[in-house]
Design a protein around this ligand. Structure first.
Ligand code: SUG
Length: 448
């Protein structure tokens, strides 16, 4: 049976803003308080989805969340009508209002970890929603994420959903941003590669000194157990703590993999040789031929990698087997990175082409092409069982761009977040969106 990898991209929500909420994420910190353009952000994301669909890839869409999250504010003690909750929060605790308004659910690489059916003990596709408990504004995402994923992948014969891990730092889990899968073919058993930033219980693992390591070894191991993965199909590796301190807050900021190929920076990991050997050995036992492309620090330094988001690219396999890299505009703007990419594609190696996308609105908060998508490898039967409303088509693209044009503002600053009218606008837009994507009732305002 034929299998493919589907990219489900996060649709940017109407409250996209620069809250400066993510300590350790250089872009989020440095663009804090700038004016954002939610309309442009959503249209930039949709343009990428459309382009990939037109290149022949199966493309899906993942809905944004209800923001401001009034229920979250209520749980922190704000009371009264919804408008009063927002106004009180604005007066007494602006940082909490900003956090409850973040459109961070757009970075769906952090929504969940996904294991395809060929890897799991019960032969179903497994999803574990990420607790994202390192940052308050992201820790409130997972209940709605679970409902949205449940509405997209509803058939229990094919799809298994796990709740987020316990919401404590020891089980800090950031989802697919720290998870890559290597395989010969999407439908065959593969090797799932979990990258962690620290261990919560074993002091022998070093930890970064400055910025938080968001993903723990123990969280990755729990996800592997929940998904029923075989020991022969799992490799764990530790991120180099020094790169976390340089702004690499997720592994997908310093490495990307697909098929049998890992594209990574020389400084990305600890014990790199041992890790590559393990990947080669385990994929080899499954009949695969693991290959790696190391970007030397002499050509591209970590700082350039973080600034350009070279590794937060999408590495895609075309029907003819050649590989393509989807990179953000910031790669072209960086001379060293662009020169490296020119050399890479002209060397006759595995990666033949680079396509550049303008995702500036998301990039300014630290979210590149790879952050914006959740990969789900599916066989034909499973693909047919996915809610068809969330699969991108030309008419759906048109409908969604019209929906964005109708409902989104083209400028948003911190002071606008206190406007109760914004909540009404968002709810009206999302209510319509659930009908467009045929999701049913998934948002708190639709359920309570
Ligand atoms: O969690 N930024 C996100 C970016 C996530 C990128 N995802 C991956 N690398 N997969 C984060 O740091 C910034 C929000 C703000 O500052 O307004 C933010 O949440």
């Amino acid at each position: 049976m034929k299998s493919c990898e589907v990219n489900f991209d996060g649709l940017v929500g109407p409250t996209h803003n620069y809250g400066g909420l993510s300590y350790g994420n250089v872009a989020s910190q440095s663009n804090s308080q700038q004016s954002s353009n939610p309309k442009e952000a959503a249209l930039q994301g949709l343009a990428k989805m459309k382009a990939l669909m037109e290149m022949g890839f199966v493309q899906g869409v993942l809905a944004p969340q209800e923001r401001p999250d009034v229920a979250a504010l209520r749980s922190l003690g704000f009371a009264g009508t919804d408008a009063q909750v927002i106004q009180q929060a604005a007066k007494q605790a602006m940082p909490l209002l900003v956090a409850s308004c973040s459109a961070s659910s757009m970075w769906v690489a952090n929504a969940a970890t996904v294991s395809p059916s060929a890897d799991t003990a019960d032969g179903r596709v497994h999803f574990t929603a990420a607790n994202l408990n390192c940052k308050y504004h992201r820790s409130i995402e997972h209940p709605t994420t679970s409902r949205v994923l449940g509405a997209m992948f509803a058939d229990q014969k094919h799809f298994a959903h796990h709740a987020a891990l316990p919401a404590v730092a020891q089980f800090g889990d950031e989802g697919a941003a720290n998870h890559t899968r290597f395989c010969r073919d999407y439908g065959e058993a593969g090797v799932e590669f979990f990258v962690f930033g620290r261990s919560a219980f074993d002091t022998r693992y070093p930890a970064p000194q400055k910025y938080p390591a968001r993903q723990t070894l123990e969280a990755s191991q729990a996800v592997a157990r929940l998904h029923g993965l075989r020991d022969g199909g799992v490799v764990y590796a530790q991120q180099n703590p020094a790169v976390i301190d340089a702004g690499v807050f997720h592994n997908d900021v310093i490495a990307v993999g697909n098929g049998e190929v890992l594209f990574y920076h020389e400084d990305a990991f600890l014990n790199t040789e041992q890790m590559l050997g393990e990947l080669q050995g385990k994929l080899g036992k499954l009949g695969g031929n693991f290959q790696s492309i190391c970007v030397p620090r002499a050509q591209v330094g970590v700082e350039d990698a973080v600034r350009s988001y070279l590794f937060n690219s999408q590495l895609l396999t075309r029907a003819d087997g050649s590989m393509l890299l989807i990179v953000p505009e910031e790669c072209r703007a960086n001379e060293r990175v662009w020169q490296y990419l020119q050399g890479l594609t002209s060397s006759g190696g595995l990666i033949r082409e680079v396509k550049v996308f303008d995702l500036k609105q998301s990039m300014q908060n630290g979210g590149g092409p790879a952050c914006l998508r959740l990969r789900v490898a599916l066989n034909e039967t499973e693909l047919a069982a996915v809610n068809p409303g969330v699969i991108m088509t030309a008419p759906l693209y048109d409908t969604l761009t019209q929906w964005v044009d109708k409902h989104y503002r083209d400028s948003l600053r911190e002071t606008d977040l206190a406007d109760p009218q914004l909540l009404l606008e968002c709810r009206t837009a999302l209510d319509e969106l659930t009908q467009i994507l045929k999701l049913g009732s998934v948002y708190p305002f639709q359920i309570n």
